[in-house]
Design a protein around this ligand. Structure first.
Ligand code: ZN
Length: 102
């Protein structure tokens, strides 16, 4: 397995996991429950890491690179499932539809 990405928070982690699962890529999360150790370890060593199988690494990287991050500063609602989405995301993590707000 290879490390694909480090997520800086649980929202980001769930978002990346959802995208990968929708693409049929199995991922393993390391450090997911280490958040409580913050203060004892350097904070960037407690961030959750997303690992994928060697053969999926390239495809997973391409998928994540193609996610467009929005510059909007307000949370927005997905046009398909009405999920409230954090402003840094241009793709709905709930249904993975790329629906930008009006
Ligand atoms: Zn949605």
């Amino acid at each position: 397995m290879k490390k694909l990405k480090t997520a800086t928070n649980q929202i980001e982690l769930g978002f990346f996991q959802g995208i990968l699962q929708q693409e049929g890529i199995n991922c393993l999360v390391k450090n997911e429950f280490l958040g409580g150790a913050s203060g004892e370890l350097p904070v960037n060593e407690t961030w959750p890491e997303i690992w994928v199988a060697d053969e999926d690494l390239h495809r997973a990287k391409v998928i994540l690179e193609n996610i467009e991050f929005s510059d909007d500063t307000e949370p927005w609602h997905c046009g398909q499932c009405n999920q409230l989405i954090e402003p840094q995301f241009a793709v709905c993590w709930h249904c993975a539809r790329n629906v930008t707000p009006d």
